[in-house]
Design a protein around this ligand. Structure first.
Ligand code: ATP
Length: 522
């Protein structure tokens, strides 16, 4: 049997036809697995009727919806390549992806219509399908397309080594690249996520992080479908809605980025019955140890961390529930069937996979495993560099401790070099996060004639009275922070710029610093 995403969906439907599969909160729609499969087949048949063939791309541009999940499996069944687009992108950024991925069909939702309408006339070969009521004149109605489509299973020969998706990177460090994954990559990723989180058919998972991002899609949503659990789909992140849903739908697990967990902790948790909640998964960005402790104390649930990147499916390590406090700050151990190395970084080219660093010493994190991307679409040179000698080069700096636990310091590009010393912003961020008056913090380097770079802190206050002097004293007295790592400037702000997956956009902050502190020419 060839193991494809369409096949694993088919097997779950066969095993649990009448079990609750999905609840879409936005449209108040509920499906059993049999009902959902009918809907998936309708879309698969409608896409075939539109002329979509195996290998053609189908994009989605929407927040979290049943339709995105349905498109995911419909594409898998007909061998079309699924391409979920980030709903936060501007019209030009979406146009960039459409021109790169050249989809045949784009499914989009009402709230994003202004973005699509700004660029649709540039793409006369794309058929735009509108998933809500009252479609604009340039788009077809999704409901009408599906209304006349059959619920028969499609008969298309899809192989496990066929590309199943183009998932674009978040573009934290440049133009987004289309990461190509095969069916087999994702079935393996899904399986290791089931194992790491111990997901069961009785689980009820909440989808609240963006589904276009592979952390939610591959580590939470897909594994729950594979095992036959239920997914509750929340349109957009909203702390109060999440807490009510946990109570009303008896949610047992969900994934959220650290910043989302932090926002949940600011709510009055005592107002809700959260007793159904068994486990929380976090990742996609670093979580300060002080926040891990706060979560553990406030929710009393088992916590699991995943670390990874789009190119690897994404998860390559997990920090298990047993190691959360003992190894707080670590990203955990290699995921099943994954091999991780720390190697010496090389200037101007990929690091040599055999130039290993000893335990405790930092270098580039490289990894090998079954979920490694096939490559970037249309980017041979970038693919060769990223997959140099068969290892994925992450561009992250970190170290393995004596027990084989991975600690992620930072991205190579975010490291600060001050007076010849390397400073990892994350160490300083973790130290400041422990101050009770700090809600959020980001550290960036600022060019300096004397020191090369100096450390600057962008801080969102929790306590409005907190001052720069107080934070500086706190850093001076911190056991974990050498003097040269202390921020020399503090900039207080209302919020940090983050992308949809919760990562701080440091390039935005560096630009702000430049604007704030470069003397104006008169
Ligand atoms: P681009 O390649 O366009 O810059 P991106 O790297 O932001 O996009 P993602 O694949 O979403 O795209 O992010 C992967 C990165 O996120 C990792 O390389 C790492 O820096 C960070 N990351 C993910 N999980 C964790 C974690 N648990 N702890 C620390 N950092 C994490």
């Amino acid at each position: 049997m060839t193991t494809t995403i369409g096949k694993i969906f088919e097997l779950t439907v066969k095993k649990f036809p009448n079990k609750d599969a999905l609840y879409d909160v936005r449209k108040n729609v509920r499906y059993t697995y049999k009902e959902w499969n009918d809907q998936v087949n309708r879309l698969a048949n409608a896409l075939l009727k539109e002329g979509v063939k195996k290998g053609d791309r189908v994009s989605t541009f929407m927040f979290n919806t049943e339709e995105l999940g349905t498109a995911f499996f419909a594409c898998a069944k007909i061998g079309a390549i699924f391409n979920p687009i980030n709903f936060r992108l501007t019209p030009e950024e979406v146009a960039y992806i459409l021109a790169d991925a050249t989809p045949k069909v784009v499914l989009f939702e009402k709230s994003l219509e202004p973005v699509v309408s700004a660029i649709a006339n540039r793409f006369d070969k794309i058929s735009f399908w509108f998933i809500d009521e009252e479609k604009p004149e340039y788009a077809a109605s999704y409901q009408e397309k599906l209304g006349s489509a059959s619920t028969e299973e499609v008969q298309i020969d899809v192989n496990e080594n066929d590309v199943y998706a183009f998932i674009y990177t978040s573009g934290t460090t440049g133009r987004p690249k289309g990461v190509m994954h095969t069916h087999r990559n994702m079935v393996d990723q899904s399986l290791l996520c089931v194992a790491a989180q111990k997901i069961e058919a009785e689980d009820v998972g909440l989808v609240t992080a963006p589904m276009f991002h592979c952390a939610e899609l591959h580590c939470a949503f897909l594994p729950r479908v594979q095992i036959g659990a239920k997914n509750v789909i929340l349109h957009q992140f909203n702390p109060k809605a999440i807490l009510s849903l946990i109570e009303n739908e008896k949610i047992s697990r969900f994934f959220a980025a650290p910043t989302m967990w932090n926002m949940l902790l600011q709510e009055d948790l005592n107002q809700y019955d959260l007793s159904s909640l068994k486990q929380g998964l976090y990742g996609a960005a670093p979580m300060a140890p002080s926040l891990v402790h706060a979560l553990h104390d406030s929710l009393g649930i088992s916590l699991i961390q995943a670390y990874g990147m789009t190119e690897m499916g994404p998860a390559i390590t997990f920090l298990s529930e047993y190691d959360q406090l003992r190894k707080a700050g670590s990203a955990g151990q290699a995921a099943l069937n994954h091999d991780i190395r720390i190697v010496r970084t090389t200037e101007g080219g990929p690091s040599d996979p055999d130039d290993l660093m000893p335990a405790g010493e930092t270098g580039e994190i490289i990894v090998k495993g079954p979920c490694m991307m096939v490559g970037y679409f249309n980017r041979e040179e970038a693919t060769e560099n990223a997959l140099y000698k068969g290892w994925y080069h992450s561009g992250d700096i970190g170290y393995l401790d004596e027990d084989g636990f991975l600690f992620v310091n930072d991205r190579v590009d975010d490291m600060i070099i001050s007076g010849g010393e390397n400073i990892y912003p994350r160490e300083v961020e973790d130290a400041l996060h422990a101050h009770p008056g700090v809600l959020d913090v980001a550290i960036v380097g600022q060019p300096d004639d004397r020191w090369g770079e100096t450390v600057s802190a962008f801080v969102v206050k929790k306590d409005p009275n907190v001052t720069e002097q107080e934070l500086d004293e706190f850093c001076k007295n911190s056991d974990s922070l050498a003097n040269y790592k202390r921020p020399r400037k503090y900039i207080f702000c209302d919020a940090l710029p983050r992308n949809a997956s919760g990562k701080i956009q440091k390039f935005v902050l560096r630009k702000q610093l430049e604007e704030l502190f470069t003397p104006k020419k008169s």
